[in-house]
Design a protein around this ligand. Structure first.
Ligand code: G6P
Ligand code: MG
Length: 223
């Protein structure tokens, strides 16, 4: 395993790591699932984490055996409706929506000269960061529109490392989604999984919640 001293940068997921927008995404998708008559379950909710907008819709339709029921245009309309509902929730966000310990962790990273980038599949990431007043911490953001494949493909995490001019081995990726941890591992970065350790079993380093994520705790799990 990579040594703590080899690490020079952190590549962050956004939703469910920096802020609890994963709850808002779930709420907005649940509304779509109810509308089309697809069953909602905890398993589906967990599986949607980290998945792009259109792929998420496909997963919901598949859960209801509805994949062939809608035209491409109708699917775009459903995804747009979800996004409109999601953005209503985002509009009410303030820095109080930053998850516990994250602001301090970002300050510690800056103080220790670690490089930072964002690897979120969300097209709304710049808007969310702005609502949280965290834009200045993330000068480098992977543009999800530039990707050919979503998580669990490593592409987004490889780009996150590239943006800060580091080799993947010099980066730690931070995720709350199983698909995201898989992407980090496939990119050859060290993975931190935040949340249910059963769902994030593949993560190199695990924390139950963001409040536990400190440089000291990471160091002790790596050495
Ligand atoms: C993140 C979230 C997903 C969301 C995806 C796309 O990965 O975890 O729940 O579907 O971003 O977000 P967007 O804001 O572009 O619809
Ligand atoms: Mg996430």
């Amino acid at each position: 395993m990579t040594k703590f001293t080899d690490i020079k940068g952190f590549v962050f997921d956004l939703d469910g790591v920096i802020t609890d927008t994963s709850v808002f995404h779930s709420q907005a998708w649940h509304q779509v699932a109810d509308k089309v008559g697809a069953p909602w379950s905890q398993e589906l909710e967990d599986g949607l984490k980290g998945i792009s907008r259109m792929d998420s819709l496909e997963m919901i339709l598949k859960a209801g055996n509805l994949s062939d029921k809608y035209t491409e245009d109708e699917k775009v309309d459903l995804a747009t409706e979800k996004n409109t509902n999601y953005l209503k929730l985002v509009d009410q966000m303030t820095p109080a929506n930053i998850l516990p310990g994250i602001k301090k962790f970002l300050d510690d990273l800056k103080a220790h000269n670690y490089l930072i980038s964002l690897a979120s599949a969300s097209k709304n990431a710049p808007k969310v960061l702005s609502k949280l007043q965290l834009t200045d911490y993330f000068p480098q953001i992977v543009d999800p529109q530039s990707l050919t494949k979503g998580k669990p493909d490593p592409e987004i995490y490889l780009k996150g490392a590239e943006l800060i001019n580091l080799k993947p081995e010099q980066c730690i990726g931070v995720e709350d989604a199983a698909a995201g941890v898989e992407a980090i591992n496939a990119a050859n970065e060290t993975s931190i999984g935040i949340g249910d350790p059963k769902i994030l079993a593949a993560a190199d380093i695990k924390f139950n919640d963001t409040g536990e994520m400190t440089l000291d705790h990471i160091k002790s799990q790596m050495n």
